[in-house]
Design a protein around this ligand. Structure first.
Ligand code: GAP
Length: 437
């Protein structure tokens, strides 16, 4: 059975083992902004690779884009973000604490949860985009925004992609990249950040197929989460009710995960209709419709969007993988990450230092084969196993005194802690095969 994990336990593990650090920590930190340490950087990369590989193997036509982070003002005016990308904000006049007015814990007829006074300001709308200026002159034309979603770069490049590739409707444009939101109250660690990364697919299709495609995408996204090992009964689809819909969406279903702080959105799947292409067409004066030979007519495609935060998925995977159990009478923390997601695939551990040479040789061969592996000879073997369990390494390989005679090593499985012997020359193919499971 899984031990309930607290956010504090996870934050502490992330710091202790080099997954995530508070950004600018030595200066007191920047709220809602994080740096990813050596293991975090690897884990993030594995998440992005798994996402892309799921799209590539879907058999659908999907191309990729890497759009700019700085966005011209007209883009965000056309998309509706300048007017609508707001969160309601409220302050306590006594303690000056600021809240989102739609926070479940805030009720203006009740006292401030921080100081206990009922001295609220009026609710104001706060635009969450980070505004900046481009160039030396400072006027209306120099205003730009750090993008709050990656999707708009896809819409404004729609015609470029069509005319420079051979894609035809239906097809998708996918993108991974940074997004920025000046969240009123960043919270729950990587759940709500001010700088984060998104993985988005915009699927362009004919309107008559869009509802069917929407349903197919919902199922494909669930299948993706199963493929990276997320516990089936902790993930679900939840359709939005009408008053929850974003300004661009006709229909939306969230992929939700059961976090320790409740069922929350992991990914948003939205039927955006032809809202974005139509808006950009109107505002730019450029025709963004496609011509269909068969009917000799033009139409603006409908869009189904799947959007998930890399960091939110990172947090989800850690919550899902975190287990505490008892091994040989001692409590251990183990991250049961899927082998494809685990930052380190195998650790090479000589039983004692004087056996280090052959173990190090195998470790170097694994590195040369492109595997993400670690070598560790310091401390007792039990302590070294625990270190690897805590960072989710699926396999530990130990060279011991018998290895000198039988040219075999011991392979220990992270989840079962079972050990088996294997000839040295079979180790690297075994590790590689495990990652493809
Ligand atoms: N293009 C659509 C869009 O951006 P969204 O629901 O606002 O929709 C999509 O965001 C996903 O991005 C969310 O499901 C979540 O995974 C991630 N996300 C959004 N805001 C975030 C934040 N402040 N911190 C971390 N991840 C965030």
């Amino acid at each position: 059975m899984q031990t309930p994990v607290t956010l504090d336990a996870l934050v502490s593990l992330c710091k202790r083992r080099g997954f995530v650090y508070q950004s600018a920590e030595i200066y007191g930190g920047l709220n809602g902004v994080y740096d990813f340490g050596p293991l975090g950087a690897l884990l993030k990369q594995n998440i992005k690779s798994a996402w892309m590989s799921a799209l590539n193997s879907s058999g659908r036509d999907i191309v990729y884009l890497d759009g700019a982070i700085l966005g011209a003002q007209p883009v965000w005016q056309a998309s509706g973000h300048v007017t609508n990308f707001n969160d309601p904000m409220i302050d306590c006049l006594t303690c000056k604490k600021r809240y989102r007015a739609d926070d479940d814990n805030i009720d203006t007829s009740k006292p401030c949860p921080h100081c206990g006074n009922t001295t609220w300001t009026a609710v104001r709308q706060f635009n969450m985009m980070f505004k900046t200026e481009v160039g030396a002159a400072s006027d209306q034309s120099s205003i730009a925004y750090l993008r709050p979603e990656t999707a708009q770069a896809i819409f404004v490049n729609f015609k470029n992609v069509i005319s420079t590739t051979r894609v035809k409707i239906p097809f998708g444009i996918a993108q991974i990249g940074k997004a920025f939101r000046n969240e009123i109250t960043p919270k729950q660690f990587l759940f709500r950040m001010r700088e984060f990364e998104q993985m988005e697919i915009e699927w362009f299709c004919k309107d008559e197929y869009s509802l069917a495609d929407f349903e197919v995408w919902c199922q494909e996204r669930l299948a993706f989460y199963a493929s990276i090992g997320i516990t089936a009964d902790k993930i679900r689809l939840r359709p939005h009710v009408k008053d929850e819909l974003a300004h661009y969406a006709q229909r939306c279903t969230d992929v939700e995960y059961q976090f320790p702080f409740g069922w929350k959105e992991l990914e948003g799947i939205a039927h955006r209709g032809s809202f974005d292409l139509t808006q950009h067409s109107t505002h730019s004066g450029k025709d963004l419709s496609v011509f269909e030979q068969e009917s000799s007519s033009s139409y603006v495609p409908t869009v189904v969007e799947c959007s998930v935060g890399v960091d939110r998925l990172f947090l989800t995977l850690l919550f899902d993988a975190y287990h505490e159990d008892i091994v040989e009478g001692e409590k251990r923390i183990v991250l049961r990450l899927h082998p494809r997601i685990a930052p380190v695939k195998a650790a090479f551990l000589p039983l004692v230092k004087k056996l280090s040479e052959p173990m190090e040789k195998l470790y170097r061969q694994a590195r040369q084969a492109g595997l993400s592996v670690q070598y560790d000879e310091s401390g007792s073997i039990g302590k070294r196993y625990r270190r690897q369990d805590e960072i989710g390494t699926p396999l530990c390989i130990t060279y011991d005194f018998d290895s000198e005679n039988d040219q075999s090593v011991t392979i220990r499985d992270r989840d079962t802690t079972e050990q088996k012997r294997m000839p040295i020359d079979q180790v690297l193919p075994y590790v590689t095969a495990m990652m493809q499971r």
